[in-house]
Design a binder for this molecule. Structure first.
Ligand code: ADP
Ligand code: AMP
Length: 215
């Protein structure tokens, strides 16, 4: 099973992919998490992408594709994968199709989570992130058991730099200009399904399971 979770920043992709990963026992591959880990570890990739990410712009297609394709070769991806935050440009979607074809694989579904801009901004403003466990919380909508602390790892939760107010709007513009065209690409392939991402976390999850025929 190869699924793409699609939507603007804050739509709930990471939240849902964590639940799906647990349910189906396949990895969730978040390109954003990969880059954040590279930045934290100060690897050459991390050094290259740091300023781009902080500004809320997209990392170049070639680098993203290379990292994703390397990761997809890992043994734990052989039974399937949930892609979160990739592809984010038509060029990435095209490159992914070529890679899949070369590996005799196909995308099962592209699931778009549709959320209106005001809700996205509210979600991003309250998002709390655990850099080590990569768990995502929201101060009101999905709070940790102890304020400011990750339930799983006990680490301190932080606000992502690119969730700070001055970057939030810019990332929405980047989504609308560079990422939204990918929807047309998958619509033409009849792989796109759009869900109401405004519902609460559990309802969105149940809806996705239904769609995947897992309920
Ligand atoms: P994305 O990965 O698409 O950027 P996240 O999964 O990180 O989005 O979610 C963004 C924020 O919104 C997080 O703080 C998360 O807890 C919260 N959130 C996710 N889904 C919902 C939902 N259905 N209703 C309310 N808040 C949500
Ligand atoms: P995310 O965690 O998905 O919100 O991504 C955080 C940031 O990582 C984005 O704003 C981009 O700078 C970068 N990024 C993540 N995925 C991609 C991608 N597929 N293409 C280009 N840049 C990406």
């Amino acid at each position: 099973m190869i699924i793409v979770l699609f939507g603007p920043p804050g739509a709930g992709k990471g939240t849902q992919s964590a639940k799906l990963m647990e349910k189906f026992g396949i990895p969730a591959l978040s390109t954003g998490d990969m880059f954040r880990a590279a930045i934290a570890a100060e690897t050459p990739v991390g050094v290259e992408v740091k300023s781009v990410m902080e500004a809320g712009d997209l990392v170049n297609d070639e680098l993203v594709n290379r990292l994703v394709f390397e990761r997809l070769e890992d043994p734990d991806c052989q039974n399937g994968v949930i892609l979160d935050g990739y592809p984010r440009t038509v060029a990435q979607a095209e490159a992914l199709d070529v890679w899949l074809q070369n590996h005799h694989l196909k995308l099962d579904k592209v699931i778009e989570l549709k959320v209106d801009d005001e809700a996205l901004i509210e979600r991003r403003a309250g998002r709390l992130y655990a850099p080590k466990s990569k768990k995502v919380y929201h101060k009101d909508f999905n709070p940790p058991k102890v304020a400011g602390i990750c339930d799983e790892s006990g680490e301190k939760l932080i606000q992502r730099d690119d969730d700070k107010p001055d970057v939030v709007r810019h990332r929405l513009d980047v989504y609308n200009q560079q990422t939204a065209p990918v929807l047309g690409y998958y619509l033409a392939q009849q792989r796109l399904v759009t869900l109401d991402g405004m519902a609460n976390i559990e309802d969105v999850y149940q809806h996705i399971l239904q769609l995947l025929g897992a309920k």
